[in-house]
Design a protein around this ligand. Structure first.
Ligand code: ADP
Length: 630
């Protein structure tokens, strides 16, 4: 070996080394990711030279990365058969900080000395990160150029390095010899090294051998042509990625060139990972830059409502050593996310044609998907993907889309009607549904609080307004002919009875006083004697959600409607006509009002109601007993 020549590091590298060697780090393992990425880049470059049919040194050398460990000497060697470096290149490449990532790292670390240990984990600082674990590093390298001489670079990372020409006939490529620090012995264990390779470098396209055993066993399927991939390969990859043992419900594989270059391979898992809704924040896609893992579960790549997807995104357009902070603000990531979102929605639309599979998707992932009401940019697609149980169905598990609703809407119908309730049974008892049933108008049944938010923020779908049944304009519903055979209606009220009815409404208003805004005759009821209607456009369900948020326990003031054809109301009217102050009228009106509150979920204290019912039943039983004895 010729006498080595000593050089001083440039100031910026001194700064970098100072930070790297004098801080405590939590993620020292990334040094290996950086060295392996460099090796892989060098192999890529060599492959490129091969295609240009340049004359190469050692043309038959296999392209791979070989890691050898000497546990006793605390030594690690990373050897590649890539492009190598000449002495000149060695000085230029290793002696300067070319990329912006390192410069940014220094800037931040200098600005925040106290926290520099946190910062390094979030940056890739390239080759020099090896000094986190090494007290001496040697690079032996020989360029692919057949005339080039082998050279050696070596440094303890303190302030200077030496370069010397090597006499020995080194084969093409680069070997990094890492002499591990006393406290970094773990990196001389095969198991540890293999697991780091699997974590960050599993998808490197060249074989990575750890002590002669291939550590990267799965290929970067997302980079391959989708027409050459079998369903089994997709499924195998999915299982590898998620540790799931079931098949994915569906696969989205994309390769996009504009507006940004990226490939994505994402899956719809057959089951929600978040059954109870406690783990909503745990989502994201794994971000790779040229097959190297940059961040797993990156949330900026996909909106929360599509967070059920599992998969990877790989882009050529980002630098490997981008920091997580910069990632968040990165416009490229945002573009990827918006392209990906649109593609996934399109894909779901296709899946929607297969009712069976879409039903499975909906059963598992609808809870999360519905959060998409905030995605205003894709509102129409989002609306098309929604599914609802409705009045046309026989049981709660059947579903239709809004498009299907529209298809069978009545001539002249401009609204899509919905109603909320805790269950199908509860909804079907709701008096607000009666007129829709009579007119044969379909009503969507909403069972979850989030549904109200969905309807509220969509407001319209195609040319239809979304309308809660309780807020529907009854006059406009009357244009539709009755479809259900109306129940036998009692005789029309006489003129005199009509006048009594007016005074009866006033009496109701007196009895209920401040608790209601108005008492009036209902046009919406056909089966129930009475109901409450909100005077503004809000729905009782939404109102209750807001009350939960604001911890408000007050009972809203509503319009009290009575059904003048109901036998109970007719009887009551007759009693009223005889004695306008009759106590029985008061009792029944109170009872009807509280029943309506109970139906709407507002009756907090049932004591009064139960007592009242008990005395009514006592009276009724006396009457019944007497009737029986006759
Ligand atoms: P980066 O890889 O981000 O450019 P590094 O500090 O890791 O920064 O490396 C600096 C440069 O040194 C690389 O760009 C490359 O030109 C050269 N280099 C590093 N490792 C190797 C290698 N194994 N083979 C050939 N060249 C290398």
């Amino acid at each position: 070996m010729s006498q080595g020549q000593q050089y001083e590091f440039k100031t910026e590298i001194k700064q970098l080394l100072d930070i790297i060697t004098h801080s405590l780090y939590t993620s020292r393992e990334i040094f290996l990711r950086e060295l392996v990425s460099n090796a892989s880049d060098a192999l890529d470059k060599l492959r490129f030279e091969q295609t240009r049919s340049t004359t190469l040194a050692n043309p038959d050398l296999e392209l791979h990365i070989a890691i050898t460990i000497d546990e006793d000497k605390h030594q690690l060697q990373i050897k590649d058969t890539g492009i190598g470096m000449t002495q000149e290149e060695l000085v230029k490449n290793i002696g300067t900080i070319a990329h912006s990532g390192s410069a940014e790292f220094i800037r931040q670390a200098m600005a925040d000395q106290a926290n520099s240990s946190n910062i390094i984990g979030r940056f890739g600082v390239g080759f020099y990160s090896v000094f986190m674990v090494a007290d001496k590093v040697t690079i032996q390298t020989r360029s692919f150029n057949p005339d080039a001489k082998a050279v050696e670079w070596s440094s303890d990372g303190q302030g200077s390095y030496t370069i010397s020409e090597l006499d020995s006939d080194l084969p093409r490529g680069t070997t990094i010899i890492v002499q591990l620090k006393e406290d970094a012995k773990e990196f001389a264990e095969k198991k540890r090294i293999t697991s780091i390779i699997k974590k960050y470098s599993n998808f490197i396209s060249f074989p990575i051998l750890v002590q002669d055993e291939k550590a990267n066993t799965v290929s970067a399927l997302w980079r391959e042509n989708k027409f050459s991939i079998t369903p089994e390969q997709y499924s195998e990859f999915y299982k590898f990625l998620t540790y799931d043992h079931e098949e994915p419900l569906d696969t989205v594989h994309l390769s996009v060139d504009a507006p940004v270059q990226f490939s994505a391979l994402a899956f719809i898992p057959p089951r929600s990972a978040d059954t109870f809704g406690f783990d909503r924040e745990n989502y994201g896609l794994d971000l790779y830059v040229r097959r190297v893992l940059i961040q797993d579960k990156n949330k900026d790549l996909i909106p929360e409502y599509l967070g059920f997807m599992r998969g990877v995104v790989d882009t050529e357009d980002l630098p490997l050593n981008i920091s997580r902070e910069t990632l968040q603000e990165n416009i490229l990531i945002r573009k990827i996310a918006s392209t990906l979102t649109k593609q996934i929605l399109t894909h779901l639309k296709k899946l929607g044609q297969d009712k069976d599979r879409y039903g499975k998707f909906w059963a598992e992932h609808a809870k999360r998907f519905k959060l998409g009401y905030v995605d205003f940019a894709n509102q129409e697609s989002f609306g098309e993907l929604l599914r609802f149980n409705s009045s046309r169905h026989e049981n709660k598990d059947e579903l239709i889309s809004l498009d299907e609703y529209i298809e069978t809407a009545k001539e002249g119908q401009k609204e899509i009607y919905y109603i909320s309730g805790p269950s199908r049974e509860a909804i079907e008892q709701n008096p607000h549904l009666e007129i829709f049933r009579a007119k044969g108008l379909e009503v969507l049944y909403l069972y979850e609080p989030v549904d109200e938010f969905v309807m509220d923020s969509l407001r319209t779908f195609k040319e239809f307004d979304l309308k809660a049944t309780e807020n529907a304009d009854i006059a406009s519903l009357e244009q539709f002919a009755d479809t259900a055979t109306p129940k036998d209606k009692p005789a029309q009220l006489s003129a005199e009875e009509g006048e009594d009815l007016e005074r009866f409404l006033k009496r109701i208003q007196d009895i209920l006083g401040e608790r209601i805004t108005e008492a009036r005759i209902s046009k919406r009821l056909s089966e129930s004697p009475s109901c409450l209607v909100s005077p503004d456009g809000s729905t009782s369900q939404m109102h209750k959600i807001m009350q939960l948020v604001t911890k408000d326990v007050s009972i809203p003031k509503k319009i009290f409607e009575i059904n003048q054809d109901h036998p109970l109301i007719r009887n009551l009217l007759a009693v009223f006509s005889k004695n306008e102050q009759d106590d029985f009228v008061t009792t029944i009106v109170e009872q009807l009002y509280e029943s309506a509150l109970l139906m709407d979920g507002y009756l907090a204290d049932p004591h009064k109601m139960v007592n009242r019912l008990n005395s009514l039943m006592a009276e009724a039983s006396t009457w019944y007993k007497n009737k029986q004895e006759k």
